[in-house]
Design a protein around this ligand. Structure first.
Ligand code: ADP
Length: 578
């Protein structure tokens, strides 16, 4: 993978906010390793010196030194873990918030480009991968650099030759081994996160589509595909583990080899009197101990690559343009009932190059009942999505109270509408929480009234915990009950304009009549857009638009359209004959 310096700086930029803690944690890391080196050095000196049987006073300082370094090593390690994990957890929670904000901003545009499982993997696994960036990349690299320079200077005081041997060993272990291992495992590292995304997408699709897989007997087939993907994932992981094993082996070999070379170089120095005899064991053990600083660098390179890939996948989400843009100086919404004017509206989804809506014009004056009918795929839901500003209509095509819809804040616009959608979602929460998303400050009495209005009163009585009953993704709820819950939500919203996208689609004929009676009563005097598949009660509509392939092919009242004897009459008669 291309390791772009810009990407590394962008990742480092994430740490900017925690500069103080980052420096502190690196200093603690450095102090931990120097304490380890100091412990080895003073112990070696103590043992060598004690062998010459000096007076205890000579050994006193080194005994205190051993105690000091032994204790301080543990204390510094503890402080280092405390500060580095604190930085890490703050970094992660900030990142999660940032990814969630991004997803919210780019939805639904992102849904077209990514599988939901892939999005989930970005928001969870990729964020988690970045956990390693500071603790396992930045901190070890800086500490290793400091220790290498420090040890080079320290041993250089005894002999330049000694310093070169030690620094070369440290560089070989800290730079050469990770570099070779990185080159060897390049392919596996690039494919691993992508495979993880595919695996997570496959799992989420298989779970969501399980019913169809069972009905069509395709579980075995899907399982085979899944196993193949899993196999690929495992092979890639094994390849990576092999490279890791190799660098682990070199990590053990190089420190011992260097210590041996230090010994070879140091012995003649002792013989020549350039180095005191008691220092022979000291330099060898110091050399050995200093490798603790470079040992994590192999893992650091791998983690850097994984972090870069994860961050690229996360940051690439931020480059997706949002489906809707808010104006900088938004107009306040006019109070009371607002008229909606749609004028020569053409629309195509960004991912497609065919127009889904062409030259649509209509007026929804306060109190008007407008029906939009037509076959599936005609563009009816798209029209609703544009009114709700889930997608942006071209400027100058939709007006609220005479002003372009783009002049208002998206959230203000959405607050104008009560909606019943076919794709309403039930969250894995209690019934109360599922209703409160429509009106967060509603009292229980209001929730119960809305449920009763939506003819869910009896159903509520059968629930074991009433409003506290836990609802899952459609769990134990029939299509009709879910549809009624969506209606109850719309009733709670109680907004001036209603958008009803096939509000009775999952109801039986008797239930449909009851719900339509209730809606008609409730919506008297309120502007309403009815999208209807089943053409019932069309006589009550102020205007009916017949949409086909994105165009209005007929329009008028029920009586005039029946008289026209065109496509509307055909739809009406087929719908009545069902
Ligand atoms: P209806 O509600 O009348 O059944 P829709 O508005 O859902 O029709 O769809 C109209 C057309 O737009 C269809 O051809 C559909 O495939 C397409 N479409 C709907 N949603 C999207 C989307 N998010 N991205 C691309 N095309 C879409």
């Amino acid at each position: 993978m291309k390791c772009d310096a810009k990407d590394v700086f962008r990742l480092l930029g994430l740490l900017g906010k925690f500069r103080g803690q980052v420096v502190l944690s690196i200093l603690f890391g450095f102090a931990t390793i120097t304490s380890g080196i100091g412990l080895m050095g003073t112990s070696a000196w103590l043992i060598s010196r004690a062998a010459l049987q000096p007076s205890i006073a000579v050994l006193q300082v080194s005994i205190v030194g051993v105690r000091f370094f032994g204790i301080s090593r543990g204390v510094f390690r503890y402080l280092e873990r405390l500060t580095s994990h604190d930085v890490n957890l703050r970094l992660l929670s900030g990142l999660r918030r940032r990814v969630y904000d991004t997803l919210e901003r780019i939805w639904p545009a992102a849904v077209l480009q990514f599988d939901s499982g892939d999005l989930l993997s970005r928001a969870t696994a990729d964020v988690d991968l970045l956990e390693n960036f500071f603790v396992r990349v930045v901190s070890p690299v800086v500490t290793a650099g400091l220790v290498t320079v420090g040890m080079g200077l320290f041993t250089g005081r005894f002999s330049t030759q000694l310093a070169w041997v030690l620094v070369s060993g440290l560089l070989a272990n800290g730079l050469l081994v990770p570099l070779i291992s990185r080159l060897a495992s390049r392919k596996s590292r690039t494919t691993l996160p992508a495979l993880r995304g595919q695996l997570s997408a496959a799992i989420s699709q298989n779970i969501q589509g399980q019913r169809d897989l069972l009905v069509y007997g395709m579980q075995a087939n899907r399982l085979d595909q899944f196993k193949k993907l899993q196999q690929q994932f495992e092979t890639t992981q094994i390849n990576l583990a092999r490279r890791e094993g190799l660098s682990e082996a070199l990590n053990t070999l190089l420190p011992n080899l260097t210590a041996f070379l230090v010994l070879i170089v140091a012995i003649p120095l002792v013989v020549n009197g350039q180095l005191e005899g008691v220092l022979l064991a000291v330099v060898v053990l110091l050399a050995l101990a200093s490798f603790e600083a470079v040992a994590p660098l192999g893992l650091a390179t791998q983690n850097l690559d994984l972090s870069l890939q994860a961050s690229n996948r996360l940051f690439s989400l931020e480059t997706i343009p949002p489906a809707v843009q808010d104006p900088t100086d938004a107009l306040p919404l006019p109070s009371g009932s607002v008229s909606i004017t749609v004028s020569h509206l053409d629309f195509e989804y960004p991912s497609e190059d065919t127009e889904v809506l062409q030259d649509i014009s209509f007026e929804l004056s306060p109190g008007k009942q407008l029906a939009i009918v037509g076959p599936s795929g005609a563009g009816k839901s798209t029209l609703i999505n544009l009114l709700l500003r889930l997608w942006d209509a071209p400027p100058g095509t939709i007006f609220l109270g005479g002003e372009d819809i783009h002049q208002y804040q998206t959230t203000d616009v959405r607050h104008l509408f009560s909606t019943v959608s076919q794709r309403g979602w039930l969250f894995g929460r209690t019934l109360r929480q599922n209703l409160l998303i429509a009106q967060p400050d509603a009292e229980d009495g209001q929730l119960i009234r809305a449920l009763e209005q939506a003819q869910l009163g009896e159903w509520l009585d059968t629930l074991p915990d009433g409003l506290n009953t836990w609802l899952g993704e459609g769990l134990k709820i029939s299509g009709g009950e879910k549809q009624r819950l969506m209606i109850a939500r719309a009733l709670l919203q109680n907004r001036p304009i209603w958008l009803l996208d096939e509000p009775t689609v999952h109801l039986d004929p008797a239930g449909e009549q009851q719900v339509l009676d209730m809606l008609e009563k409730t919506l008297k005097g309120r502007s309403t857009v009815w999208i209807m598949h089943n053409l019932v009660r069309m006589e009550n509509m102020g205007e009916i638009l017949v949409l086909r392939e994105g165009r209005v092919i007929e329009r008028g009242t029920h009586a005039s359209l029946m008289e026209l004897d065109g496509y509307y009459r055909f739809l009406h008669d087929t719908s009545a004959g069902r």
